[in-house]
Design a protein around this ligand. Structure first.
Ligand SMILES: NC(=O)c1ccc[n+]([C@@H]2O[C@H](COP(=O)([O-])OP(=O)(O)OC[C@H]3O[C@@H](n4cnc5c(N)ncnc54)[C@H](OP(=O)(O)O)[C@@H]3O)[C@@H](O)[C@H]2O)c1
Length: 254
């Protein structure tokens, strides 16, 4: 069977939040599929490790530390990637935060700014920078990691859910605008994935039991399962798909 449409040979990808968890799984899987990859998070030594893993697979890697909330860092990340590779075919906006839980009415402005500026503004600014280059180069592919919380709210995670819902609209709005330039924009909305980000949930037996009680597939997901969906969206396997949100949550949102 010919599955060459799943190849990323000759492509350049930029993945944020690539030190660990979902972002790392995506960066490594993209390299395995043939892409050269620029990887970013805030920690340079961690990035060097991921970059070495990618180089060990025979691909080029560029590790650039950046805080997703700082526009100057995103500009530097974009410039360095363009200098190194000359083009960016795939952008994966993945780095996000959820520093606090609580009812929306109790959340202060500082928390609002922190979550929105990191998640929604960070994704938007990097998409603008890379989107302009993709427009010049005649095409590209943007994948935004949202959350099932961006589709239906989770009590106590209101601000995070609002930011993730914003990312879904960012995805749809950019898909409408960028189709003229052969740029596809899609989102993945995962449920509970076993990473450090969600450790407070899956390491608490009671909370995990509650979560599984409304999850038809009765298990958490692994970062590699998200990476497979990202690979589908990044390749010609999904050539006719844009502006879509793929919910992958073991059925929990049903
Ligand atoms: N895990 C889940 O259950 C789940 C479910 C739905 C959606 N998601 C989404 O999936 C994405 C990845 O999460 P994950 O579970 O893989 O989390 P993770 O294992 O904690 O990884 C997060 C990555 O983002 C980086 N990062 C965090 N804050 C950053 C910032 N301000 N600037 C730059 N990089 C930053 C981290 O590195 P540094 O800290 O070193 O910078 C790390 O590489 C997020 O968008 C999250 O909302 C996760």
């Amino acid at each position: 069977m010919d599955v060459s449409y799943l190849s990323l040979e000759g492509k350049v990808a930029l993945v944020t939040g690539a030190c660990r968890g979902i972002g790392k799984a995506i960066a490594v899987m993209f390299a395995d599929a043939g892409a050269d990859v620029a990887v970013s998070c805030r920690n340079q030594p961690h990035l060097e490790e991921v970059a070495n893993e990618i180089r060990g697979m025979g691909r080029k890697a560029l590790p650039v530390a950046a805080h997703i909330r700082k526009t100057e860092d995103l500009v530097n990340l974009f410039e360095k990637t363009r200098e190194e590779f000359g083009r960016i075919d795939i952008l994966v906006n993945n780095a996000a935060t959820n520093p606090g839980m609580g009812l929306l009415v109790d959340m202060d402005e500082k928390m609002y700014d922190q979550i929105m500026n990191t998640n929604l503004k960070g994704y938007t600014v990097l998409s603008q920078l890379v989107g302009k280059l993709m427009r010049e180069q005649g095409g590209g592919n943007i994948i935004n990691i949202s959350s099932v919380g961006g589709v239906s709210p989770d009590k106590g995670l209101g601000l995070y859910c609002i930011s993730k819902a914003g990312i879904i609209m960012l995805t749809k709005a950019m898909a409408v605008e960028m189709g003229d330039y052969n740029i596809r924009v899609n989102a993945i909305a995962p449920g509970l994935v076993k990473t450090r980000f969600s450790q407070a949930l899956w390491s608490n037996e009671e909370l995990l039991k509650q979560e599984m009680s409304h999850t038809p597939l009765k298990r958490l997901s692994e970062p590699e399962e998200v990476a497979r969906i990202a690979l589908f969206l990044a390749t010609d396997a999904s050539a006719w798909v844009t502006g879509q949100v793929i919910v992958m949550d073991g059925g929990s949102s049903l």
